[in-house]
Design a binder for this molecule. Sequence first.
Ligand code: ADP
Length: 173
Amino acid sequence: MQITITTGDITRRDTDVIVNAANSSLLGGGGVDGAIHRAAGPKLLAACRELRRTSLPQGLPTGLSVATEAFDLPARWVVHTVGPNAGAGETDPELLRSCFRTALAAAEELGAESISFPAVSAGVYGWDPETVADIGLQELLDHQPGTLQRAEFVLFTDHLAGIFSRRYRELAG
Ligand code: ADP
């Protein structure tokens, strides 16, 4: 699987899947979640409400992922993952690792060939971006691809992209 790191707005990516750093309510929020809901249009919120009503009445637990259509976005699907909230004491790296694993598994289940990730938990949820880069990139490097051929991190700032690029060079050797 080819891995790339780029600066940009994930809502503009036309990969098969974009990953949303959602919260467990799945009903929208700030940051990348808000941007994705704004760009996808109201049908995305309706699809999330339907998931809550049918299969996830308690919401989506931290570390798990679920897919919806992407509606007005250029992507085909949104995979919503719930990153751990460091501010609420969720500091176990396994929770963040699980976000990347379950999002990749959801994309494979959809038959996706390409996927874009944001820096899950590196915003309001307060994780150190170096740690997010370390865990996220390691999971991408360890992934045994089925249908997926390309994975990218789409970082909001050049500063963040620099952190991810440096870490990628170290990990990939
Ligand atoms: P979390 O609650 O999981 O920390 P946030 O949305 O607060 O999620 O932040 C996660 C990362 O997403 C941050 O690095 C933030 O700068 C970035 N981000 C915000 N909007 C976008 C966007 N449109 N595209 C890509 N990344 C974004």
